[in-house]
Design a protein around this ligand. Sequence first.
Ligand SMILES: Cc1ncc(COP(=O)(O)O)c(C=O)c1O
Length: 405
Amino acid sequence: MINQHYKAMLSGKSVIRELAEYATVRGRKIGYENVFDFSLGNPSVEVPADYNEAVIRRYQTMTSMDLHGYSPSLGNTQVREIVAGSLRRRFGIPYETRHIFMTSGAAGAIAHAVRAVTRPGDVVLTFAPFFPEYVPYVEGAGARLEVVPADTDKFQANIGAFLQMLTPDVQAVLMNTPNNPSGALWSEETLERIGEILRQKQREYGHDIFLISDEPYREIVFDGKKAPYPAAFYDNTLTCYSFSKSLSVPGERIGYVAVHPKATDADILAVIFGQISRGIGHNCPASTAQYGIADCIDQTSDLSVYETNMNLLYETLIDLGFTVTRPGGTFYIFPKCLEEDALIFCDKAKKYDLILVPSDNFGLPGYFRMAYCLDTDKVRRSLPVLRRFVETEYPGTLANNSCMQ
Ligand SMILES: Cc1ncc(COP(=O)(O)O)c(C=O)c1O
């Protein structure tokens, strides 16, 4: 019999993917260069040359068995040590090989982390706005996702609401900075406060509360800053990382979970992830991708284009009268719509071949997300189109804005 749970999921397919498919179909009709597709977070910058060269070198120099044979189920041991070494150097936390588990991107990392620290029926808290795939990641583990309402002022964590919602049923907190979709970079003060609250609640409730920190955008930070590292503020942290965005390799499906060395059961959590893998058929990422990231562990693609694009869009959006928080990182920006219903707003934008993502599935209605992982020329060409959209559909907005200046 077909599993009705998964069948029911067909009616809740990813809005982002559907919009991206719409953009592709529209592009076939009018030329893809004329579709301003801000839907999908697919990195637009090149993979570093070193990544390709490293993989080619591996193909040329390793034996077939060594390169293509099964890798250990927790990931290649040498690669895990290279990841641990990089985290030690960068963040000063004494990770060792045994704390690292190689995964198929951040998606695989979160799927393992949630299963390892919750039982069916437990609550996982996250913060709005959040990446919509958290719903299947958490529900797939049998747990329940509850969402802390957004702090729409600065898109840091809404600490008051978090305190109220952190009941004894909560076994894990799933967070994401720099954030998709808001682009917000959480400050050290925010992370410090979250750490304090979790320590206090662990004591009060007498059980562990794990922080699952989803960090695929850790390297995409603006204004010369570095992202504060959440695990530095709380020991019971499982850091979920992906090389998808930093090295522009989302199709390679490669990332890891790093268990904080002082977390409860830190020495066996990676082995537990291995057991979870057996059940969900994950069985570690491709060996070539593991070697590729190991050879380029502290490199990134040239990510500067994202900051250029962000500044162009931010300035134009402000000029057009949008309410929008300036992103501290990622390749997303998250303005408030010019009318209440984000679906209607984004539908109107389609008439101008502007593909914008309505925010309802991010847990905060009334906003829209633009993924600006496009080449800068296209972002520049989109600016007059955005202006025409606003001038035509919302003429009052521009007039109000010029009165304010
Ligand atoms: C916030 C966030 N978490 C997790 C993921 C999944 O990353 P990956 O595709 O590397 O598994 C994404 C992908 O866009 C994301 O934006």
